[in-house]
Design a protein around this ligand. Structure first.
Ligand SMILES: Cc1cc2nc3c(=O)[nH]c(=O)nc-3n(C[C@H](O)[C@H](O)[C@H](O)COP(=O)(O)OP(=O)(O)OC[C@H]3O[C@@H](n4cnc5c(N)ncnc54)[C@H](O)[C@@H]3O)c2cc1C
Length: 488
């Protein structure tokens, strides 16, 4: 460990306690040492079919498992920790949440109980910008993610889904019925059982495997990564003014400084239960640049040190949340499964918006379609390369995210560009603005948005060429203007 690392650890320990530092170290070790799944030989004799569909990971993607079970399909979930536990807070609009009711996962009353806060609107604000860019009807319902995850697990169990908690999937291979999966038991294995065949691992045979291991999946190879830290804060004073917060307003993207050491940091603030503000600090990054380089420790230290530039007060961090969210620029190869009987979903697939990284909204849009594809795959024996929703506007926003990840800009240059871009969106009206953040925008509207931005910020062309390089800039321009490759 370098002197700088030790200094940083000591600093964060003093700011937030030793336990947080330990948890960060644990996540970083796991993330940096992701191993490919071990290839498994087909067993000589094994005539047991454990489930039609086997899931590795029982996080947000449990929605797909519950939906499949509702159709009478047998499902087995291997989960490293406990399936149906969420350590994050999730936001979406009321209309996006309706699918949970429509698919019988919740009734209206239960959904209403799980909405811990509703906002009249939200805004994006950039350092040195001309205005707050206000939008209504987007990310405006804050959900009790823990309660939702536990509820979905209970529904899934009632529909017959079987859960094996405390096992880590680490092997995958062909099986008599399609796939064979191995999961290593975690935690204590009794001394008497250590080394005995089958005691430290469980095997299962299924027809299809769903990789729902999130950012830990060995197939989560998308080219962007969003290191995110923060959590639920208490004790920040409410009120008007740039450093106060209002319980009926969501803060979607806020910057309080320019680019520092090549990185543009961004804040988010979403009111939750009374007096609580879920606050994140994150940045866009190229995955290759972060490989082998743990970043969350430094980011958390920065979170505490620069929080006063975002909000007044002396808050307490009541629930820390942190991690890496994968994203895909659509300029490189997508994350892809290793076999036609394997599907990537959620963060492993990284088809959510590379601009907002809203995995929750993306899963709400995806889980029914993903279940359709899996149900079909049970009959045909093969799955398409992607079974989750990939909104067409990501062909436009992906390269913008890549630009923000590695802009080569200095100072407030990116803030000025973002301020002009969001100003153009706000001027185009709430529906246009909301449609971009909710991944509903079509190519014509995106093209108009780019032209409006360029009208306000002519430097954008030079910025795009400098950051993306000639080939990618031309490819992106062609997609936006001619539509060629827009839906690929
Ligand atoms: C700090 C942070 C804040 C976020 N905030 C928001 C937000 O406000 N809004 C939003 O929309 N999205 C947010 N996201 C993103 C969102 O939470 C994810 O997109 C979403 O959870 C992805 O769902 P998933 O099922 O793919 O993965 P996860 O929900 O991460 O679940 C993966 C599961 O797989 C398990 N697992 C991992 N490896 C193995 C293995 N080898 N074997 C067995 N099980 C395994 C894990 O224990 C976990 O339970 C946030 C992410 C982070 C990190």
């Amino acid at each position: 460990m370098s002197v700088e690392d030790t200094r940083m650890r000591d600093k964060l320990r003093a700011l937030a306690g030793a336990e947080l530092v330990e948890r960060l170290d644990f996540l970083e070790r796991r993330q940096q040492r992701r191993l490919p799944d071990a290839p498994l030989p087909v067993p000589a004799v094994d005539d047991r079919l454990d489930a039609d569909v086997i899931f590795g990971g029982g996080g947000l993607s449990l929605l797909i498992a519950a939906e499949l079970a509702g159709r009478g399909i047998s499902v087995l979930v291997f989960e490293r920790a406990r399936a149906g536990t969420a350590h994050r807070e999730w936001n979406a609009s009321r209309s996006e949440l309706q699918v949970l009711v429509d698919r019988g996962l919740l009734d209206e009353a239960t959904l209403a109980e799980m909405i811990v806060a509703s906002y009249k609107d939200g805004f994006c604000r950039f350092h040195g910008g001309k205005a707050d860019h206000v939008v209504a009807g987007v990310l405006d319902q804050a959900i009790d993610a823990g309660a939702l995850a536990a509820h979905v697990r209970a529904v899934a169990e009632a529909r017959g889904v079987r859960f094996v908690d405390g096992v880590s999937v680490d092997g995958l291979g062909p099986g008599e019925y399609g796939v064979r999966v191995r999961a290593k038991r975690l935690g204590e294995i009794p001394l008497a059982d250590q080394g005995k065949p089958g005691k430290d691992a469980v095997f299962a045979q299924g027809k299809l495997f769903v990789d729902a291991r999130g950012a830990s999946s060995p197939y989560a190879t998308a080219d962007l990564l969003c290191p995110t830290v923060g959590g639920v804060l208490r004790g920040l004073p409410e009120g008007d003014g740039p450093k106060r917060w209002r319980r009926d307003v969501g803060e979607i993207l806020v910057t309080t400084e320019g680019i520092v050491d090549g990185v543009q940091h961004v804040w988010e603030g979403f009111p939750g239960r009374d007096g609580e503000l879920t606050t994140y600090l994150f940045y866009y990054a190229k995955a290759a640049k972060l490989a082998g380089r743990p970043r969350l420790l430094a980011l958390y230290t920065r979170f505490f040190e620069t929080l006063p530039s975002y909000k007044d007060g002396d808050p307490t961090l009541v629930r820390p949340t942190f991690g890496y969210i994968p994203g895909w620029s659509r300029l490189t190869r997508p994350a892809a499964p290793p076999h036609p009987r394997v599907a990537l979903v959620g963060d492993a697939a990284a088809r959510q918006s590379p601009l907002t990284f809203c995995g929750f909204g993306a899963m709400l849009r995806s889980f029914v379609g993903a279940a359709d594809a899996l149900e079909k795959g049970l009959t045909t024996g093969q799955l398409p390369p992607s079974i989750v929703d990939d909104a067409e506007v990501h062909a436009g926003t992906g390269p913008l995210a890549a630009l923000m990840a590695d802009s080569g800009m200095q100072g407030d240059a990116l803030n000025h560009l973002l301020d002009d871009a969001f100003g153009a969106l706000a001027d185009a009206g709430n529906e246009t603005y909301a449609s971009l953040l909710q991944d509903r925008m079509g190519r014509a509207a995106f093209r108009a948005f780019v032209l409006q931005t360029a009208g306000r910020h002519p430097r954008v062309y030079a910025d795009v060429f400098t950051s993306l390089g000639l080939v990618d800039a031309l490819r992106w321009g062609a997609k936006v203007t001619t539509g060629f490759g827009w839906k690929s």
